[in-house]
Each structure stands twice: as C-alpha cells, then as structure tokens.
Design a protein around this ligand. Structure first.
Ligand code: SAM
Length: 200
C-alpha cells in the first residue's frame, strides 16, 4: 500500500500527462508522508533518482533522498539544488550551476487551511510560485512541472506566468481530488530553453 491516498493522484496525473519515466530524476516538493515518492520511485526504477522535500519529517524510503526544510526558504532551495547536482552527477556547462538535471519537479504542497477561501487560495498560489522558482532553476530542457493549486482569482495570472516557460500548460483535476472541489493541478510540459518570442 501507499503512505497516502495522494499517491493515486500522481498515478492519474502520470497516466494523463506522461510524466514519469525509467531513469528519470524527480524532485517532489511537499512530499511527506511519501505516497508520491513511492509512486515516483516505482516508475523511475533503480536507474532513476527521487528527491523528496518537506518541512515535516519523511520516514526513510529505499532509493529516495529526503530533505527536511521549508520550501519558502533559500537555504532549503540551495540544499535541494546541491543534492540534485550530486545524485545526478551532472556536469555544469560553463557559467551554469550544476543543477539543470531534473526531469520532473512536482509539488503537492498545501498551506495550513484556515477555511477562509481567498486566503487559502493566495497561500496556495504563493507555494506554487516557490515551486516554480525551483523548477525553472532545476529542470533540464524538456522537463515537466506539476503543482497542486486551489482554484481562485489568481489562477489565470499564475498560469500565464508559467506558460512562456513551457511548451504548454494544462489544468488537470484527478478523480482522486474530487472530495476537495477547489483543488486542481497545473501540468506544465516541456521546459523551454529560451523564451518564445511574441508571435511565434
Ligand atoms: N504528496 C504527499 C504524499 O503523497 O504523501 C502529500 C503531501 S501533503 C498533501 C502537503 C505537504 O506539503 C505537507 O506534508 C506539508 O508539510 C507540505 N508543505 C506545505 N508547505 C510547505 C513548505 N513551505 N515547505 C515544505 N513543505 C511544505
């Protein structure tokens, strides 16, 4: 069994958007207790790399590196960058940090819910922006970004900020998310290496 029912959301996202491949490097933000990590580890296999980050403790999992820290803090982002560089053995290009080695950056991060819809939405969008910063830093060209967000007024702006960085962005609502009707996932496929010019 999986450590969380959330595991089934990642499975469905993977079926829908073809995210996880044998040998891939996956960085999972907001990973505790570790259901997504289990799914990711199964799919990437021994040749792959899975790194999980959470401010909560993540019990050890075979084949998974974990980092305990808050993703809104630079020190955590630095630690994740270092680990991804080490485990993937990537050699930096001249002038580049040794980091552009992730194939997938995913975030199931959620704020502590207050029940106040606008506040929970705003905090959720903020967490996605933190995850996006990490994704843009770590993703190899062609890499994918997936993040949970609570629907609300800032969703279209958020999506609009992600779109120029990837081939395309979709909104996906997995069946396993139905109990929480405001929850959806932004799935950004194909990290672009250079900005797309207006009109292209
Ligand atoms: N995907 C996980 C699984 O399958 O087991 C479940 C993740 S749970 C829905 C959301 C997680 O996001 C919580 O464990 C929480 O601690 C984490 N989280 C929320 N804000 C965070 C932050 N700023 N930094 C790190 N983790 C955060």
């Amino acid at each position: 069994g999986y450590r969380s029912r959330s595991a089934y959301k990642l499975k469905q996202l993977d079926r829908t958007a073809n995210l996880l491949h044998e040998g891939a490097t996956v960085v999972d933000l907001g990973a505790a207790p570790g259901g997504w990590l289990q799914v990711a580890q199964q799919e990437v296999g021994e040749a792959g790399t899975v790194v999980g980050v959470d401010r909560q403790r993540i019990d050890a999992l075979d084949g998974v590196e974990t980092v305990r820290g808050d993703m809104t803090e630079d020190s955590t982002k630095d630690e994740v960058r270092e680990i991804v560089g080490e485990v993937s053995g990537s050699q930096p290009e001249a002038g580049e940090t040794p980091s552009r080695a992730a194939d997938v950056v995913c975030s199931d991060m959620a704020p502590n819910m207050t029940g106040e819809y606008d506040l929970d939405h705003a905090r959720s969008v903020h967490l996605v922006r933190q995850a996006l910063e990490v994704a843009l830093d770590l993703l190899a060209p062609g890499g994918d970004f997936v993040a949970k967000v609570f629907d609300g007024q800032d969703l279209s702006d958020l999506k609009g900020d992600i779109e120029p960085e990837f081939e395309y962005v979709r909104e996906v609502r997995p069946d396993a998310s139905r109990e929480s009707s405001s929850e959806l996932f932004l799935v950004a496929k194909g990290r672009l290496t250079a900005p797309v010019a207006e009109g292209d």
